[in-house]
Design a protein around this ligand. Sequence first.
Ligand code: PMP
Length: 373
Amino acid sequence: MIFLDNAGTTKMFRECVETYSHFACEEFYNPSAVSRQSAFVHAKLEDTRKFLLKKLGAVEGTIIFTGGATESNNLAIKGAARNGNFEYIFSNGEHPSVFNVAKNLGLEGKNVKFCKLGKNGKIDLADLESKLNKNVKLISCMLVSNETGAINEIKAISSLRDRLASNALLHVDAVQGFMKIPFSVEALKIDMLTFSAHKFHGPKGVGGLYVRKLNYIKNIVDGGGQEYGLRSGTENVPGIMAMRTAVEKIDVKKNFEHVLELKQQLNKILSGVQGIKVLDFNGSPYIEVLVFDGVKGETMLHALEEKGVIVGLGSACSAKKAGNRILQEIGIDKDEIISSCRISFNAYMTSEEIEKAGKTIIEVYNDIKKRVS
Ligand code: PMP
């Protein structure tokens, strides 16, 4: 199988399985217990926190380990909202784990506003500017869109925050950016940041929330008080240590260059093929959208799988629902949305695989086109 749905999830590195196994079966001790063995595990957890903070380019703050990005996003937003009644700003491009939390805050009576996206898939900065004021408590937006690959201008967003809404925290869902594109929380002036291990070849169900200061949020789950009292429950040590192994193995810059070449290679193969259009938002090289004139994306997806190529239909979390909120928001034609598939690469694919995938996409499309016309 040639897997081109890596924004949905990635294959775990073998090395992560080995690390997982070690911390599940050998050093399996509870990091909060008092034995010497537990203390060793605790020290490794703390060292991993420091290691990840460095990778994020943080000079202060800490990481709260969570059960993945959905939980990190909930903790950041609901945790900040538990601190008082203010205004909250999100974008219309957010993943459901932010967007639905935001909608529900609104239903609970909080003052929630949503910013538009421009045609380039990025947050419309003029619209954001018009919504900022000193009562804004939180701005939450993604770094890289999981639907289009568009990269938001986080530096410009934090500058607007500094100028117009200096009381606001900036939370960034960096699930599709961390370990894929180079950035630093310090340079971008990010206060909280979400990441998830299974998007970069680590295990599923583990991730983290970076927080510059612990008092930005309150806990949303009560319990034994682990993770600074902000995420009770015994830490998933095997998962966290396996996530670290994935981070250690990845060379972000080298992978970026390689994936960019793969994407350019695929686009070259598809260029000039009648009926196939690439929607490339010039953002992350890891993600793009293909439109197949006259053929449903879902039909293409199933036919491609028969031939050994797996593509995506936008966010797996919303793929089963009709339409695509994000593509609609940026003004893509309804017919084009129905005829679209999401292609997302990983850095360990070869150009031979891309060549095969490209040829298969053309073959399958032409074959279906012939049958339906
Ligand atoms: N945010 C974004 C941008 C995502 O792409 C995803 C995964 N599709 C999530 C959040 C949720 O991640 P998780 O599966 O770790 O809960």
